[in-house]
Design a protein around this ligand. Structure first.
Ligand SMILES: Cc1cc2nc3c(=O)[nH]c(=O)nc-3n(C[C@H](O)[C@H](O)[C@H](O)COP(=O)(O)O)c2cc1C
Length: 166
């Protein structure tokens, strides 16, 4: 519960690189997410090369923070393993959220960068990362040790809650 409420989008990062074991834990958290029909169609591209992070920052219109991020994970889905694209999107979204929560617990800053269903972003990111045709990028997550602090989330919207029928 603490990690759920503490998670905020962090867009300023320190220059110290993440540890390999931390990245592995984030990926393990991603793989603990549920998938429709248990197809596990996701793939994860871990990016830690400065020039690739910069290239991604240049092709994604709202991802300038990738220029200071020390790593990123592209959460991608195999559209042959799961041909229903809506399921690819929601399965990758669930994996993405698990990564954000695990990162929060590990005191790693993160922000979800939307890719699917923006066709141009999908095309550009697939090209930067050399994805095979059947693999689509669903989200990018910028990562690094945080260089900004944000208050915990305290959202509560009573008007969004409906008991039994609407
Ligand atoms: C599907 C999705 C796409 C997003 N895309 C971007 C993005 O391209 N760039 C960005 O800086 N933040 C992006 N965000 C982060 C949201 O802006 C952020 O979650 C929201 O403002 C709430 O702030 P919080 O995460 O600190 O609670 C995205 C979030 C989601 C769920």
């Amino acid at each position: 519960m603490k990690s759920i409420f503490k998670r905020r989008s962090i867009r300023k990062f320190k220059s110290e690189p993440l540890q390999e074991e931390e990245i592995s834990l984030l990926l393990k958290a991603a793989m603990a997410a549920p998938t429709a029909n248990n197809l596990r169609e996701w793939h994860f591209v871990v990016i830690d090369k400065r020039e690739l992070l910069d290239e991604l920052a240049n092709v994604h219109p709202y991802a300038k923070m990738l220029k200071t991020a020390t790593a990123a994970i592209a959460v991608c889905g195999d559209t042959v393993v799961q041909p229903t694209i809506g399921y690819v999107a929601v399965d990758c979204a669930a994996a993405t959220q698990n990564i954000l929560l695990a990162a929060t617990k590990l005191k790693i800053g993160s922000v979800w960068l939307g890719v699917y269903p923006r066709e141009q972003r999908m095309k550009d990111i697939a090209s930067v990362l050399g994805l095979p045709d059947q693999i689509i990028p669903v989200s990018l997550i910028a990562l690094g040790y945080p260089d900004e602090q944000k208050p915990a989330n305290d959202n509560w919207f009573a008007e969004k809650i409906h008991f039994n029928k609407w």
